[in-house]
Design a protein around this ligand. Structure first.
Ligand code: ADP
Ligand code: MG
Length: 211
């Protein structure tokens, strides 16, 4: 179902999104670690769990007033609590997306799509990767683009992007050390990115149902 284009989303929505994301990461932590044990160092589930638990704890203690401030706070928290490569990358994603949202109290989906694209571009710049390199960008780039259409298509694009990493050769991160042996495995970061975007779509769906 298409969301109404005039819907706007406040800080509460963004807090609900990250809470749903933390629950999804918690639920899927073993799977993320399993994927990372095939082509990495088996810590992606643990990293994500630790990071998102810290994010929700911080947001509960002192919830920032605007969507932008909330994402900046969450991003900072990820950077300071996650040791792996994914911490600074996801932290940058949320911080830069939050910065791009500015100080608006309510944001539209198209505005969020634009801000997310800025966040994704910052991840690409920080990590030096591009789509096709078998990283989180393979889910995030199509998701940000599809978010201009709807939350549901963003979710589908992220999930398709994560699945499409299976036949790819890893060119960035630890998986790249494996060379050809990285082929045939789904990228853990693209998989967690799809979880985050699915949590966003589910949170938006709940708002729609509540009317
Ligand atoms: P680490 O690789 O330090 O153990 P994680 O296991 O938490 O960190 O995260 C691994 C994921 O991070 C990979 O599956 C990949 O999606 C993502 N990643 C690694 N390096 C990069 C990079 N340079 N650019 C984008 N994403 C990357
Ligand atoms: Mg790892």
């Amino acid at each position: 179902m298409d969301e109404r284009d005039d819907s706007t989303y406040g800080a509460g929505f963004f807090r609900d999104w990250l809470t749903a994301a933390a629950a999804a990461v918690d639920r899927e932590a073993d799977r993320l670690t399993e994927l990372d044990s095939a082509i990495g160092d088996a810590d992606h589930g643990v990293n994500m769990k630790r990071g998102f638990a810290a994010v929700t704890a911080t947001l509960e203690k002192e919830p920032p007033a605007t969507p932008g401030a909330l994402l900046v706070t969450a991003g900072r928290q990820l950077i300071s609590t996650v040791g792996g490569a994914s911490g600074p990358l996801y932290g940058t994603l949320l911080r830069r997306t939050g910065k791009a949202l500015g100080e608006d109290e309510q944001v539209s989906r198209p505005a969020l799509a634009e801000a997310l694209a800025a966040g994704v571009a910052a991840v690409a710049q920080l990590g030096g990767a591009q789509p096709g390199d078998k990283t989180m960008l393979d889910a995030l780039v199509p998701a940000a683009e599809a978010l201009a259409t709807s939350f549901a298509t963003a979710r589908e694009a992220a999930e398709a992007g994560a699945l499409a990493t299976v036949p790819l050769l890893a060119r960035k991160g630890r998986a790249s050390y494996l060379g050809e042996r990285s082929i045939g495995h789904q990228d853990p970061g693209a998989t967690s990115s799809a979880l985050l975007i699915a949590a966003l779509a589910e949170t938006a769906e709940r708002v729609e149902v509540a009317g």
